[in-house]
Design a protein around this ligand. Structure first.
Ligand code: TXA
Ligand code: MG
Length: 319
């Protein structure tokens, strides 16, 4: 088990020596290291068992710093940054040579965001370098939304976990790039497409596929529990006698033991569903059930990102 606490000075010391610290963000917990230190970055890939073709997000404390690590900051990026940072939005921008190639898997763009968490912003402000931080889970597994989730899976491999409580949003950041100067969604996430479109007008959404060189690592199968995970429509009408766990949107199923069900949003609110999603996937995975059956949520607002994660958790294909 790693030490858990709120000691920013200690976290600074470890990171300055090239060590790794798990950090809280509003989306999910990240596994952080010095973005300018290629050895620290390499250790992150190792600890997560992450393929080297899957680039990392650079975390900075403000937009000035984001400008420093990119060579170009399109007007629409300025607009989005000024509205949504700090917050669950990552921008793909042409990389400054100061960022080592290992961070971007050799690609010309770097993913940058300003996370919205008090402790992590204090940490980033105190440090003389930015932090790379992928979600703090073994590659392909469910992202962690509490310090305990991190400790359960990576506790023996990292030096310290900065505990900022449960993640407020619960879904990874929305990634926006600017191919041909057109804002384009590369990953659905904790900032809904509708909110971004209010500023930008209609946005294209990049299909995720490992065969798409513009979006490496956006594998179809991801965010997956260890148990078989199935998506079903009309779940309530198809309950079988099997020993199943159920992940449901807002209503429970009368004929299933209540301890085998998780209701994402009893209040019907999509933000509640987003916040509970990964926690409940983990809880169902830990139950003594043979498989997990989930239903899609309404495909609106954050529901689109939730459904994206559910579909990928249910996919056993790697493309
Ligand atoms: O909310 C988040 O974004 C969290 C917290 C910790 O900040 N981080 C996170 O990182 O979700 P990770 O590594 O689990 O997912 C980052 C995604 C990957 O799918 C990666 O392929 C994509 O961002 N990405 C990173 N840099 C990229 C780049 N230069 N071009 C295209 N995609 C990139
Ligand atoms: Mg991840």
């Amino acid at each position: 088990m790693a030490i858990t606490g709120t000691d920013i000075k200690y976290a600074c010391k470890i990171l300055s020596e090239g060590g790794l610290v798990a950090i809280p963000t509003e989306t999910v917990y990240g596994l952080a290291g010095n973005a300018l230190n290629p050895e620290a970055v390499a250790r992150i890939f190792e600890v997560k068992n992450r393929p080297s073709f899957d680039p990392l997000i650079v975390h900075v404390s403000n937009v000035q710093e984001a400008r420093r690590y990119s060579t170009e900051f399109p007007e629409k990026a300025e607009l989005l940054a000024s509205h949504f940072w700090p917050g669950p939005l990552t921008l793909l921008l042409p990389k400054n040579p100061e960022i080592p190639d290992i961070v971007t898997s050799g690609m010309p763009d770097v993913a940058i965001r300003v996370p919205d968490n008090k402790l992590t912003l204090e940490l980033l402000t105190a440090l003389p370098f930015p932090l790379v931080a992928p979600s703090a889970n073994p590659f392909g597994y469910i992202s962690p939304t509490t310090a305990q989730h991190v400790n359960d899976q990576l506790g023996d491999k990292i030096d310290y976990i900065l505990d900022g409580g449960a993640a407020r949003v619960g879904l990874e950041s929305t990634i926006v790039g600017f191919p041909a100067n057109q804002p384009t969604i590369y990953r659905l996430g904790g900032l809904s497409v509708d909110e971004i479109e209010k500023l930008t007008g209609h946005l294209e959404i990049m299909p995720h596929s490992s065969s798409n060189p513009k979006a490496p690592g956006m594998l179809k199968s991801h965010y997956a529990p260890a148990k078989p995970f199935r998506l079903e429509s009309a779940v309530k009408d198809n309950v079988t006698d099997g020993n199943n766990g159920y992940l449901l949107f807002c209503d429970s199923i009368g004929s299933v033991p209540i301890e085998n069900q998780r209701i994402l949003a009893p209040d019907g609110n999509m933000k509640t569903a987003a916040k509970n999603l990964f926690k409940y996937m983990r809880e169902l995975d830990a139950l003594n059930v043979a498989q997990i059956i989930a239903e899609l949520v309404p495909d609106e607002g954050l529901g689109r990102a939730i459904n994206d994660r559910l579909r990928r958790a249910a996919s056993d294909s790697q493309d």
